[in-house]
Write a protein that binds this ligand. Sequence first.
Ligand code: ZN
Ligand code: ZN
Length: 281
Amino acid sequence: MSDRVVLLGTKGGPALRAGGAMPTASLLEMDGRRVVVDCAIGVTKGLVEAGMDLRALDLIFITHLHSDHVLELGPLIHTAWTTGLKTPVTVYGPPGIDAYWAGFLASMAYDNAIRVADEGRVPLGDLVQVVVYGEGVVLDGPLRVSALRVPHPPVVDAFALRFEGARVVTFSGDTAYFPPLAEFARGSDVLVHEALLPAGVEAIIAKTGLGDKLRNHLFASHTKAVDVGRIAQAAGVGRLVLNHLVPADDAEITAADWLAEVAQTFAGDAAVGTDGMEILL
Ligand SMILES: [Zn+2]
Ligand SMILES: [Zn+2]
């Protein structure tokens, strides 16, 4: 297994459109570990398509509780369980992740009980440990994971995550432009950073009919591509990958448009994320 990041879903926001990208989920494979970062709808299919055996599900990190990062967490674990998962899964998430998981188990109580009684499975709840994390070191050891609180109003518990093993990979999570993220990501081989293209925002406003409220949220809570370049440049990352694209499904906007913005502030290697994109480490 070569060390890699696979982007499973690359659009920002929860809405789906025909032919468009899926919302945020990623797979990091490093030093023989498999880590799922965020679990939007589509994560389960995305992992299978990326070649992962769901019975090997082990570590999951959720950056924050917006639905485009957590909606399919329960269904992913449940599907791994019905695929034959027998080993423990640990879910690291911000405060509230424990309530999400308890609610999911409650919603599936009928099916879970039947599968234990009828199919002899280990109770699903017994396989899963939920760990609520905050800023700082989340996991220590050969795989070291640390979290930085990032500004993503009105969400308070939103985090960037840095994974250190043979390589270093940092995910920005959802964040407004946040210069301290450059220090946090310093020396990363790969920085996966969310990005917004101002030219495409007005088209989204028109399409959703949500007006000023959505416009204000987008600019207060996300990072323009030109500012993403500033972070990558200051951090000295090996490679920048744009993710959580807003907009993600505007035919008028091409990868060249995104990269032109980034190139104003970042001199290194940059790529625009697409669903299924594999980045070798
Ligand atoms: Zn999001
Ligand atoms: Zn968000």
